[in-house]
Design a binder for this molecule. Structure first.
Ligand code: HEM
Ligand code: HEM
Length: 162
């Protein structure tokens, strides 16, 4: 069992960097959506603008960083479990796993929609994105609730320190 009290520095940097990139891509979604519709109308012969290009590039960066993050998670593990009921520990694990799965599924579905010029897959991409945002919002709320109301000091696990 782990005796660490926080995630490793590299894991913490990746947690926040990926969160910021996903937020940025959410904001660039409209630009991509407009460019994509025009591209589908032109039968794939048109070009996409800077915002849409950034959306694609950031999505690819997220996947690459996630692969590194998952490898680090396997190699370095996690800090000792937060002291709470077995049920809550299990719920937290399931929530984190769902976040990881969605973080991969969102760019993957976007990639499939874009390359297949498929509006249907575009819809799937949108639904998965909304699910990810909802779950990430719930995750952040629970982290703050845990930190400030239950006073577990949980945020320090995702903040660098000695
Ligand atoms: C971190 C990853 C990503 C996030 C959070 C994200 C988020 C979004 C959002 C919020 C939209 C707008 C949906 C709407 O109109 O309401 C969108 C649209 C779109 N994204 Fe992404 N995206 C990501 C990665 C990618 C990648 C890697 C691609 C591949 C090229 C991609 C391709 C698309 C396409 C084609 C659309 C237009 C879909 C449509 O209008 O039907 N996305 N994305
Ligand atoms: C203000 C926003 C956020 C806060 C305060 C926050 C806080 C935290 C904290 C304290 C942990 C450690 C939990 C524990 O040790 O049990 C954690 C883990 C995690 N967070 Fe966040 N987070 C935020 C945003 C996000 C976002 C946007 C995502 C993904 C879209 C995300 C994905 C994850 C994942 C997957 C883990 C599990 C890490 C692992 O065990 O490998 N977080 N977060």
């Amino acid at each position: 069992m782990s005796t660490k009290t926080r995630y490793d520095f590299s894991q913490i940097v990746l947690h926040w960097l990926i969160a910021i990139l996903i937020g940025a891509n959410y904001l660039l979604g409209d630009a991509m959506s407009d460019a994509f519709k025009a591209l589908v109308r032109s039968g794939g012969t048109g070009t996409i603008d800077g915002g849409a290009n950034a959306h694609r590039a950031i999505g690819v960066a997220v996947v690459v960083l996630l692969l590194v993050r998952v490898a680090l998670r396997v190699l370095k593990g996690a800090p000792a479990e937060v002291p709470t009921t077995k049920l809550m520990q299990l719920a937290a694990k399931a929530g984190h796993l769902a976040l990881y799965i969605l973080m991969f599924a969102v760019p993957f579905s976007g990639f499939l929609a874009f390359n297949g010029l498929s509006r249907d897959l575009g819809e799937v991409h949108e639904v998965l994105t909304n699910l990810l945002m909802l779950l990430a919002f719930g995750h952040a709320l629970l982290a703050f609730y845990h930190h400030y109301i239950l006073k577990g000091g949980i945020l320090s696990r995702m903040i660098p320190g000695k």
